[in-house]
Design a protein around this ligand. Structure first.
Ligand code: ZN
Length: 648
């Protein structure tokens, strides 16, 4: 059912430009720091299985996944940028993990040392199968990059053992994980080994979910607990409220939703299962039409890291976990290969440029778990939210390595291909070589996107050949101009699901040029998003902008942006913003000076003019703590006074 195949990340050379810089930071700063922090917190040494009661650092149920995600990220990085020191670290950790495998194939630090009697007793809560999934993903990445079978053989033994424990055969447990992850991992393992039992096991976990009587109740009773002990006392948190084929909306923990649906899309792609694909489409539509933030973040509720109801998208209390936006990209990317349509690649782009890379500081050393859309220093101490300053690490450190593995494998999101076509999904400076119609075709993208609206794509087949280059025209772009060898191509009539299909006899030196006009846009929310009524967000190209206190002073919530204000681009001058386009314009604020000590009053406030400067959202919180605001109050010029006449 999969119509497209992604061009592998190691065949896509990303050079300089926007992503070249982010990938360099990921490689040089983020990966080494994550290893150091995993080492310091005990995550890595836990695989020595030396923990004893009374030791200071007790392994956590999801520690294994942190180490696994680091191996996965580091492996991707090694494929594009060989590094002997990093290679040694990866190999040593792989050997250490292999040494922790038990006789029967089982492999989990926490349940081997801390609670051996509790193995497989709480699938709902304890992340055992989730950790197994991440180990499998790490092993597949490590094998594909190094061709070493060490970790791959380990996880095959582990997966075989899991396959013997779970299923519908006599004596097996009819369980499934509370946190999806192993499903998509097993599909990867199937693809790399060709062993169909892994695909069958993934399908079993997916189809068993949500059946009645609930397995989570059964295992709770076996532990001597009442089923009502279930966290939140609801099944939808785990996407177990209905069999997955009957699910229509995105419910529960946002990362789990995305991992589960990515796995379902994988199964649909492998088996042609139309019912699963229909469920994927339905949940996708619910997310992107009703439950996704403008920065691509999802899961708005911080109490359960979960989806809530349609249009419930609070800004200051946003959750929007970095992992959830990463998971949304995983889900979108799989759907995109099944049905090439920019509704998926637009979301990939939206999340990448905004709510995902906001998860790390510009130097790649500090991280956000939550990605707020408004922030007011001080309030977080009382709300249970995390501080709006980036952290070195977290007790639950899922986000930093998730971001690292996504960035290290970013190349795979840029292109896909069929036997006689290549799809250009993202505009990324660099080049790739693709085999089309029996010949090598080089594609070179030259661009300063997203800061600049021009993209040049040089198409060079080894010998002239007829094939299609399908270029995504982004949904945000209302004025796209395309030429091939200088001749204009119609972009409105020729679009197929958002892709401009250029089919011709290509020869060396052919050149596609895109101009994706990027005026500053004011974006409105659907009227039912109560948090954004009367507010707009600023966006240019795929990049969402925000106001920060550093540039605009305090009380950003009181900035009034007249509808008629002309907004202009200007090159940022301060060191962090050097050369980055910022948005500037005239606005107003109420005259706080008139208020003296009143908290309330009936006299209407005068307004004073001010200038605003908006910076790309992902760059916020890199210049100290302060207020931040994405959704800005918009007023009509008629209610705002002219300059010098504040009471008019
Ligand atoms: Zn996370």
């Amino acid at each position: 059912m999969r119509r497209l195949v992604p061009v592998s990340f190691d065949k896509v050379h990303i050079e300089d430009g926007f992503w070249g810089e982010r990938l360099r930071v990921n490689r040089e700063n983020t990966l080494p720091i994550q290893y150091t922090r995993c080492k310091a917190t005990g995550v890595i040494d836990a695989f020595r299985l030396e923990w004893k009661s009374g030791d200071a650092k007790t392994p956590h149920v999801y520690w294994d996944s942190d180490a696994a995600k680091w191996i996965e990220a580091a492996s991707y990085s090694l494929a594009t940028h060989p590094d002997a020191r990093l290679q040694r670290k990866v190999d040593d950790l792989v050997d250490l993990i292999a040494s922790a495998q038990q006789e029967d194939g089982y492999l989990n630090c926490y349940f081997t040392t801390v609670a051996p009697e509790k193995r497989w007793s709480n699938l709902r809560q304890e992340h055992e199968l989730y950790c197994a999934g991440h180990l499998i993903e790490a092993a597949v990445a490590h094998y594909e990059v190094t061709r070493s079978r060490t970790l791959l053989d380990v996880v095959c033994r582990y997966a075989d053992y899991i396959d013997s424990v779970f299923g519908r055969r006599r004596g097996q447990q009819r369980g499934y994980p509370g946190h999806a992850e192993i499903e998509l991992a097993l599909v990867k393992l199937y693809r790399v080994t060709g062993r169909s039992n892994y695909l069958d096991l993934a399908r079993y976990f997916i189809d068993e979910r949500g059946r009645r009587p609930h397995y989570f109740d059964k295992e709770a009773r076996q532990r001597g607990e009442a089923p009502a002990h279930n966290i939140g006392e609801v099944y939808d948190y785990y996407q177990a409220h209905l069999p997955v084929r009957e699910q229509k909306t995105a419910e529960g923990h946002a990362v789990r939703v995305c991992y589960l649906y990515a796995g379902m899309a994988d199964i649909a792609a492998e088996t042609g299962d139309k019912e699963l694909l229909a469920a994927c489409r339905s949940v996708w539509n619910n997310i992107v039409k009703k439950r996704m933030y403008i920065h691509g973040g999802i899961g708005s509720n911080r109490f359960r890291e979960r989806f809530t109801i349609d249009y419930d998208l609070p800004n200051e209390e946003a959750y929007a976990e970095t992992c959830a936006a990463v998971g949304l990209v995983f889900f979108a990317h799989r759907m995109l290969q099944i049905e090439p349509d920019r509704r998926y690649s637009d979301v990939i782009e939206r999340a990448l440029y905004n709510g995902i890379i906001s998860g790390a500081s510009l130097d790649g050393k500090r991280f956000f778990y939550d990605n707020y859309l408004a922030s007011f220093p001080g309030t977080h101490r009382f709300t249970g939210q995390r501080d709006p300053v980036r952290q070195n690490w977290f007790d639950t450190a899922c986000c930093p390595p998730n971001l690292a593995r996504l960035l290290a494998s970013l190349g795979q999101y840029v292109y896909s291909q069929t036997a006689d076509s290549v799809f250009v999904h993202l505009f990324v400076n660099g080049e790739t070589g693709i085999w089309i119609g029996g010949r090598d075709v080089r594609l070179v993208q030259t661009t300063q996107y997203p800061w600049n609206e021009n993209v040049r794509i040089d198409v060079s087949p080894a010998s002239p050949a007829t094939f299609t280059v399908a270029v995504r025209i982004p949904g945000w772009c209302e004025d796209a101009r395309v030429t091939v060898n200088g001749e204009a191509v119609a972009t409105t009539s020729g679009l197929s699901r958002g892709y401009l299909k250029l089919r011709r006899r290509w020869k060396k030196g052919d050149r596609i040029q895109l101009r994706l006009c990027m005026p500053v846009e004011r974006v409105e929310s659907h009227p039912s998003v109560r948090h954004n009524c009367g507010r707009i967000a600023l966006q240019r190209g795929p990049v969402v902008y925000c106001l920060e206190q550093k540039d605009n002073g305090k009380d950003l919530h009181d900035v009034l942006l007249p509808r008629q204000t002309k907004l202009a681009m200007q090159a940022g001058s301060a060191s962090l913003l050097k050369g980055i386009p910022v948005i500037v314009g005239k606005a107003f604020r109420r005259n706080a000076g008139e208020w003296k000590e009143d908290l309330y009053r009936t006299t209407r406030s005068g307004l004073r003019p001010c200038r605003i400067k908006a910076i790309p959202y992902f760059m916020w919180a890199n210049r100290g703590e302060g207020e931040m605001l994405v959704w800005i109050r918009e007023v009509d010029e008629s209610v705002a006074p002219r300059r010098g006449n504040p009471r008019a």
